[in-house]
Design a protein around this ligand. Structure first.
Ligand code: ACO
Length: 333
């Protein structure tokens, strides 16, 4: 059984925060940010906006494009590191969309999350019994950045993107090859770790101390930007080459290079290593910053809706980020 992409959608919060806005809260400038990263604006969740709400809007767009009824969705995979609920919010999105015949789960692989979710969806379909799977990449890293740290707060934005993956005959298979990796040795370079603060000991019925429970919260994002940069530029081209090899294709067969939108200099360096010309590279991070698991489906949706990506085009998509994790997928639109 093969799988193909039949719809995409995306959603972003209303509030746009420019580099000049950030220069009012930290010691930075539009010039520094745009030259080093390519980012000019980002969107940030405010008021009563929720990540689940964005995810639902994105998924609705994908279902509408695919002309698939919510009742016909079998599975919803919510790729996020920043759910509205610590236990995940895929089931809430499933309920809000009215996908009453589907089950849902959350998966976390930071900025590689969407690629991991997409590959997982194709494996479920290959195993049989699944016809329509919604894969949603949604993140609100604005929730976990230190807004006084100019080294990280300038990079991230909030968004959601979604695709509908549908079962098809093997000869129509739109997923041609993939590659996934992780290396926990690099976790020190990019993380938001659990902080376990001690609390007062619980007392037993006699008033004697029983044990002090741990109260946990998470630290802000900690990042060694230079190491993350080196990791991405070294590992992502290798990953794409492995996925291409599995697909039996070469870089010249790629119509579009669609990388996780972390930094324009990373995108340019990977394209240059793979000798893919700039006109085949999809980039929208100037408007949205690094939206983690949402960045690939958000950029895909814009490229499809603007008519840039056309039916039958071959796309090399790659995610990379905390874990460290990275992976690629070669797919046809
Ligand atoms: N504005 C002005 N100056 C700044 C800013 C800022 N926003 N941030 C840092 N600086 C200063 C530093 O303090 C330093 O000053 P100093 O020389 O006086 O010490 C100088 O600029 C250079 O800082 P570096 O950190 O060395 O700058 P670098 O060239 O490495 O650029 C950047 C930093 C843009 C973060 C880059 O390393 C990068 O993009 N790395 C990749 C990060 C990334 O993509 N992370 C996301 C991964 S995906 C995920 O999973 C979340």
């Amino acid at each position: 059984m093969g799988s193909k992409l039949v719809g995409c959608g995306s959603a972003v919060p209303k509030l746009m925060v420019s580099n000049d806005d950030l220069a009012k809260i930290v010691d930075t400038s539009d010039e520094w940010i745009s030259v080093r990263t390519g980012i000019r604006n980002r969107r940030v969740l405010t008021g009563d906006e929720t990540l689940s709400g964005l995810a639902m809007e994105a998924a609705k767009g994908a279902l509408h494009m695919a002309q698939v009824d919510p009742d016909d969705v079998d599975l919803l995979i919510m790729c996020t590191s920043t759910p509205d609920d610590r236990f995940g919010c895929g089931a809430r999105v499933q309920r809000d969309l009215g996908c009453k015949n589907a089950w849902a789960f959350d998966t976390t692989a930071a900025c590689s999350g969407f690629v991991v979710g997409l590959i997982t969806a194709t494996r479920f379909i290959k195993g049989g019994g699944f016809q329509n799977i919604l894969v949603i990449g949604a993140d609100a890293l604005s929730r976990c950045v230190d807004w006084t740290d100019r080294g990280t707060c300038i990079l991230f934005g909030d968004a959601a993107g979604a695709v509908l993956v549908q079962a098809c005959n093997g000869d129509e298979d739109g997923f041609l090859g993939f590659d996934v990796n992780s290396d926990g040795n690099g976790q020190k370079h990019l993380n938001a770790v659990a902080k376990e603060d001690g609390a007062d000991a619980l007392l037993n019925s006699n008033g004697a101390p029983l044990f002090p429970p741990k109260k946990s919260s998470f630290s802000f994002i900690q990042m060694n930007g230079k190491e993350v940069f080196r990791f991405a530029v070294r590992c992502v081209p290798q990953s794409i080459e492995s996925a291409l090899e599995e697909a039996g294709l070469s870089t010249s067969s790629i119509d579009w290079l669609l990388l996780h939108q972390a930094n324009q200099r990373i995108i340019d360096a990977v394209a240059s290593r793979l000798q893919i010309p700039g006109e085949k590279v999809i980039s929208n991070l100037a408007n949205y910053g690094n939206t983690s698991a949402a960045s690939i489906p958000l950029a895909l949706d814009e490229a499809v809706r603007s008519g840039k990506v056309k039916a039958g085009d071959t796309i090399a998509a790659a995610g990379f980020g905390a874990g460290l994790t990275w992976g690629s997928v070669i797919m046809r639109w």
